[in-house]
Design a binder for this molecule. Sequence first.
Ligand SMILES: [Fe+2]
Length: 266
Amino acid sequence: MRTILPFSIGAAAGAGALLFQREHRERTRLERLGAATLETLLDAIEANDADTGAHVRRVAAYALILGEAAELDDRTLRSIERVALFHDIGKLHEALTDIFHDVGKLSPEDRRAVMTHPLRGAQVLEPLSGFYPDLGKGVAAHHERWDGKGYPRGLKGKRIPLTARVVSIADSFDAITHRRRYSHAKSFEQATRAIAEGRGTQFDPELVDLFLSPPLLTEIDREARRANGPKSKHRNRRRGESQKAPDLTFRWRQPAGVSHLPDRHP
Ligand SMILES: [Fe+2]
């Protein structure tokens, strides 16, 4: 007796494989779109303010070193990466750009305005919340403090999203070691001392202990030298990846020593 069963199984397997391929292609396309969107946003930040562009890239690199040392899963690491790269996007707001570019001293009114940047950043990123639900929350919380004395909400301890707790340490470290309008750059040792002093007050104590552990400090130091060192080839976000990474990779690392493209309109 003839049976059609083998044919049916074969046809079903073929249709299943086709469906799988189609889904895989679609998923890859969406991931590529996501990476391109974030890369465009980062380019826009950099085009507007090269110093902020370089700052957020260094912060992302330090935050990832800390996150990896804390053995966080890949999903959380990607979330930390995004919060680090976009934590200061609120500073681009029209109401704040003059304040951030003015070299004079901050007035109390200026300070109050500056303190709005975490929430302004979260608002700017709101359209992406369906794709990256943790991004806005992390950005909004990057100036919260472990002791509850931060802003904008005065969140305390582990009520502060983990992404923001990690980024806060990386952000402070970079702010101290690089010259900004408010202060001159300080040494690596001064920066680590400031992080240690903020243990349990400004920062998550467990993360501080990890950040200040000798192997991690060596890695941070290496990264800081790389970021400030002579020009080197473009590197992707994962160490060791070649430049030929698939274009769904979110490439945000800039060549060392090159903070922005030359200005064509002097
Ligand atoms: Fe900030």
